[in-house]
Ligand binder design. Sequence first.
Ligand SMILES: [Zn+2]
Length: 139
Amino acid sequence: MYEIGRIYEFESAHFLPKYEGKCKRMHGHNYKVMLKLRSEILQPPFGICSVMDAKPIQNSQMNMVLDFHLIDEIVKPILDQLDHQILNEVGIKYPTAERIAQYIYTELKYNKDSSKTLPYLHSVQIWENEWSYAEYSGA
Ligand SMILES: [Zn+2]
């Protein structure tokens, strides 16, 4: 099994209306997002990978799970929708770190537009600070 990871950041505000404590009030985080991809195979040296039918595999990607630049192309538009937003207002109803991780995972794993799905996605971690994270990895 191969595993690769990529870290991103975005800055957003949120509030947790039912929380008893400071997080009830609007505040911001510099969120760190860590994506993990797992695969038992590496990209073939030639040809087209069936998982990536919309994107032909080039020779430069041989022996990789997935090119980091290709991951960026898929992930950044999703994170741009969350950056400098109030997360409660952009489709995440109760934006705890757990729910943000689940939202990003679902957007990347099950996007209606197959060119926006991220192959081999295993899990999404959301770090609210350097000490705490939540992870979502599907069923
Ligand atoms: Zn918070």
